[in-house]
Design a protein around this ligand. Structure first.
Ligand code: NIG
Ligand code: FE
Length: 420
């Protein structure tokens, strides 16, 4: 007879279930154990209350040796499929040339567009797969990924195909977003309306028929897409089953956050330069704020007003924005650390930002982001002495083992420091 439980993890010193909120809360269980059936959590609680059946019949048992257990981390905003590198822009950026100026001069997103169009699907797959390996090593088990370095129908579909293959073959789950409105490609610079028509009349149909993209995102910003253009695209995308989200008010207060509230976007990301007057609006429409502190550090500009958003009761997700231009960094724990150091976020808020709130921003809260019965057995076991150490010791790889759907998919080869 098959064992009913496929995996039991015991001897967890502290488990952050992320099922509760409030200062110092997070749904902490001390001395915890967790067991799965068919890759889903079937029992979770204090090890002293573990049912005998789970204790005796699990096919696999992991002794966590006192590790701290987090839900598999979720990076809810990345641009992980791209060709080439923008290392050459880095020195100019450090010398103070603004991001949007580099873009206006033919660098920026369009430099990556040229490299991505030239790359084969296999090349893009191999590169993105390496980035996912890195993300996994930080404890990340689910990543959102955007198109937007193709900006023609064929290359946009190619990027979505790459994400679909990665989702099937890589241990990290990939949730695809169509972002044909990431910039205007060179062939449409002088005729922007024609590019909007291409998106509306051709790309959305093709992406809808392909059937992979779950969300549609637009870079709504002065110099990129106006709120009016963004709104036309996002409203049309809904007819193809894509849920709207936005790159909003990154460099200027451009009306993008208001648009997010107006059209009922699931998330408004960036918000570094959003006017505070929009906070009640976003809160009322329950739009998740996707904040990207590494981008602020990398481009050396303002951080979003996370404290005000949280105090107003908004849900706040924290992500890396991993991309070759404004955040060449796959380290999601570092994003959470920066959120505390630079954005006045508390430990519990930062952790929810990379777990439960991130899952909500991807409409995945029924599957991932918390440790509760019925959800997936996606867990990151950390080699740290206390949960707070996760954000205290900055930049260190705390990860000891990563479990996805009840299987160990990554293990640190280094000897643990804090585990018995
Ligand atoms: O989220 N702002 C627009 N898009 C990306 C940057 C993309 C790039 O520079 O290649 C962002 O920061
Ligand atoms: Fe982005």
């Amino acid at each position: 007879m098959d064992a009913p439980y496929d995996l039991l993890i015991k001897n967890i010193s502290t488990m952050l279930t992320c099922t509760a909120e409030g200062e110092g809360s997070l749904g902490i269980i001390k001395g915890a154990a967790i067991a799965s059936v068919d890759g889903k959590i079937a029992w979770v609680g204090k090890e002293s209350e573990l049912p005998t059946e789970a204790a005796n019949s699990a096919a696999d048992v992991i002794d966590a040796r006192g590790a701290v257990a987090f839900p598999g981390l979720i990076d809810s905003h990345t641009h992980l499929v791209f060709g080439g590198s923008r290392q050459d822009e880095w020195a100019r950026k450090l010398a103070g040339v603004p991001y949007m100026q580099i873009a206006a001069e033919g660098g920026g997103i369009n430099a990556t567009v040229r490299a991505t169009r030239a790359a084969s699907e296999d090349e893009l797959y191999e590169r993105a797969s390496r980035w996912l390996d890195e993300m996994l090593s930080w404890g990340v088990t689910c990543v959102e990924g955007k198109t937007g370095y193709g900006l023609d129908t064929g290359t946009e579909l190619k990027i979505l195909e790459v994400m679909e293959r990665l989702d099937k073959q890589h241990a990290v789950e990939v949730i695809p977003t169509f972002m044909g409105a990431h910039d205007f490609p060179p062939e449409y610079r002088e005729n922007r309306e024609a590019y909007i028509r291409l998106i509306l009349d051709e790309m959305l149909t093709a992406v809808g028929e392909q059937g992979y993209a779950r969300f549609c995102d637009v870079f709504c910003e002065e110099g990129a897409f106006s709120p009016d253009q963004a709104s036309r695209i996002l409203i049309a995308a809904q007819d193809y089953g894509m849920v709207p989200r936005l790159h909003a008010d990154q460099f200027r207060d451009s009306g993008a956050a208001e648009l997010a509230a107006d059209i009922g976007a699931i998330a408004a990301d960036h918000l570094e330069n959003m006017d505070d007057r929009n906070i009640p609006l976003l809160k009322e429409k329950d739009v998740v704020a996707g904040l990207l502190p590494i981008c602020s550090l990398y481009l050396n500009y303002s951080y979003p007003q996370a404290r005000k958003m949280l105090d107003a009761g908004m849900r706040v997700a924290i992500a890396t924005d991993f991309n070759p231009g404004s955040s060449m960094c796959s380290n999601l724990p570092f994003a959470a650390q920066l959120a505390c150091m630079q954005m006045k976020m508390r430990f519990d808020e930062a952790i929810l930002g990379i777990t439960r709130s991130a899952s909500e921003s991807l409409l995945m809260e029924n599957k991932i982001g918390m440790l509760a019965e019925g959800l997936r057995m996606d867990i990151a076991l950390m080699d740290i002495p206390t949960p707070e150490y996760f954000l205290y010791h900055v930049g260190r790889k705390h990860t000891w083992k990563v479990i996805k759907r009840g299987k160990v998919v990554w293990e640190n080869s280094a000897e643990p420091v804090f585990l018995s």
